[in-house]
Design a protein around this ligand. Structure first.
Ligand SMILES: Nc1ncnc2c1ncn2[C@@H]1O[C@H](COP(=O)(O)OP(=O)(O)OP(=O)(O)O)[C@@H](O)[C@H]1O
Ligand SMILES: [Mg+2]
Length: 272
């Protein structure tokens, strides 16, 4: 496999990818590009293919091979999935479910250096890596979780540790799947603050979600995905409209905006 290029450019280029999960054709000729520095949210209803797109990116599902299909990561057509995992920081619900209950907070963070689930005897960590993992626990507001086992953490605590794991190796991009589902308001705001701080430091965000309220103001591009097809891919203000969201979710949606954040509401007030 070729070594990954270090020059700036598109992080991800997908051209005409057809992807099946079991007998379901999730994408047919899907094309999508993620440019470095262009924070992007992919918004779509349940089953639209958001998690499948991230699995494609992570090398966990594969496109049907054909002459027109290309997937380039950091400009390279031939990529080693482990190199890619090191250059992307991913947090998904599957990862949270798969993660091993007995692993402590510090080890969860350390596992990010190898993109592994848990850490193993053959893995070696330098003093600098150990110190970085400690710092990351502090930065995530999770110092008290250093020796706590993953299975004994709350959902929000687990999520913060997994964010630290995704960031500890300084990836170019942060890739998040519904990052705040299951978190209460305080945990949601704290988590989004942590993500925004990383965006300000130059990490490109790729967020996939059906929660409009978790799209940070710094996201400039929004892609609407429905039944495996891209309905719209434009600047956020043009995409986040009541008409577009009503079409996307097949129900009437009212939209409110405050300080660059959006929230979707039912269109009609219910009688009480
Ligand atoms: N392991 C699987 N085997 C067969 N079909 C699958 C599998 N996983 C997902 N699918 C199907 O693929 C389609 C896309 O699923 P995916 O999980 O990518 O959707 P999603 O947009 O992430 O949805 P959600 O918002 O519910 O997380 C759905 O029709 C789903 O039923
Ligand atoms: Mg999903």
């Amino acid at each position: 496999m070729a070594a990954l290029s270090l020059q700036a450019g598109p992080i991800l280029e997908i051209e005409k990818a057809t992807v099946y999960r079991g007998d379901t054709c999730v994408f047919e000729d899907l094309s999508f590009t993620l440019q470095e520095g262009v924070h992007t949210a992919i918004l779509g209803p349940n089953g639209s293919g958001k998690s499948t797109l991230l699995k494609l990116l992570a090398g966990e599902v594969h496109p049907v091979p054909n002459d027109a299909m290309r997937i380039r990561l950091f400009g390279e057509e031939q990529w080693n999935v482990w190199d890619v995992r090191k250059r992307l920081g991913m947090v998904s619900h599957d990862l949270q479910h798969q993660y091993m209950d007995q692993v402590t907070g510090l080890k969860v963070i350390l596992s990010g250096f190898y993109s592994s689930i848990g850490i193993y005897g053959h893995q070696e960590f330098s003093y600098a890596q150990l110190a970085r993992a400690d710092e990351m626990l502090e930065e995530m507001g999770s110092a008290s979780l250093k020796d706590r086992r993953f299975g004994e953490m709350s959902t929000g605590e687990q999520r913060r540790c997994l964010l630290g794991r995704a960031l500890v190796h300084e990836p170019a991009a942060l890739v998040l799947d519904e990052p705040t589902s299951g978190l209460d308001l305080t945990a949601t705001f704290h988590y989004l603050d942590l993500v925004r701080a990383r965006m300000l430091k130059g990490k490109t965000l790729l967020l996939v979600t059906h929660h409009i309220h978790e799209i940070p103001p710094d996201v400039k591009r929004v892609v609407l995905l429905k039944q495996g097809k891209i309905l719209q891919d434009e600047e956020k203000r043009a995409v986040l409209t009541e008409a577009n969201l009503s079409r996307l979710f097949d129900c009437p949606v009212a939209l409110v905006e405050a300080n660059g954040w959006y929230q979707a509401l039912p269109c009609h007030a219910t009688s009480g």
